[in-house]
Write a protein of this length. Structure first.
Length: 160
């Protein structure tokens, strides 16, 4: 919840006056910088933030699959690769949760399908990841991030 106060805010409006009105509301509680722009740029920025996260998660998940197929410890590989100053690979996981990251990249793909191959591929990797994890569990493989997972339920225990 601290991020709602401390994060910078991108605020878009249909007109500069609209953007300024919306920014005045954020200024009541936000401590981060408030960046004004047009509505389309603000929306695209949010979609790009979530697509970027999705691509990075897909990379980690794909490295996990490759490492497993080569009988290499993915956690060791990532630990060593992350020693490089310009590398920050995320840990692999069971997929992508939340309501934004699994959905937002598809808005970019639908707007520019021929130009968004990487984003579409990342969605495919992450959409299939729960199946990989479930198959691994059925085969008796240790899946460290899947301990305690209940497929089909979210973090609040609601059936999906």
């Amino acid at each position: 919840m601290i991020e709602i106060i401390t994060n910078d805010r991108v605020v878009g409006g249909l007109t500069p006056r609209c953007a300024e009105k919306a920014a005045s509301i954020y200024r009541l509680f936000a401590q981060g910088e408030i960046l004004l722009t047009d509505a389309a740029s603000a929306e695209m920025a949010k979609l790009v933030e979530n697509a970027h996260r999705d691509v990075n998660i897909a990379f980690a998940n794909e490295i996990s699959l490759i490492s497993e197929s080569l009988h290499i410890d993915v956690w060791e590989v990532i630990r060593l690769a992350n020693r490089h100053p310009r590398v920050n690979i995320l840990g692999p996981g069971p997929g992508v949760g939340g309501h934004c990251i699994p959905v937002d990249p598809w808005f970019i793909v639908s707007a520019a399908p021929r130009l968004s191959r990487l984003i579409r591929t990342a969605r495919g990797v992450n959409d299939h990841r729960p199946h990989n994890v479930a198959a691994g569990r059925r085969e008796g493989k240790k899946v460290p991030f899947a301990d305690g997972c209940v497929p089909g339920h979210d973090l609040q225990g609601k059936r999906r």
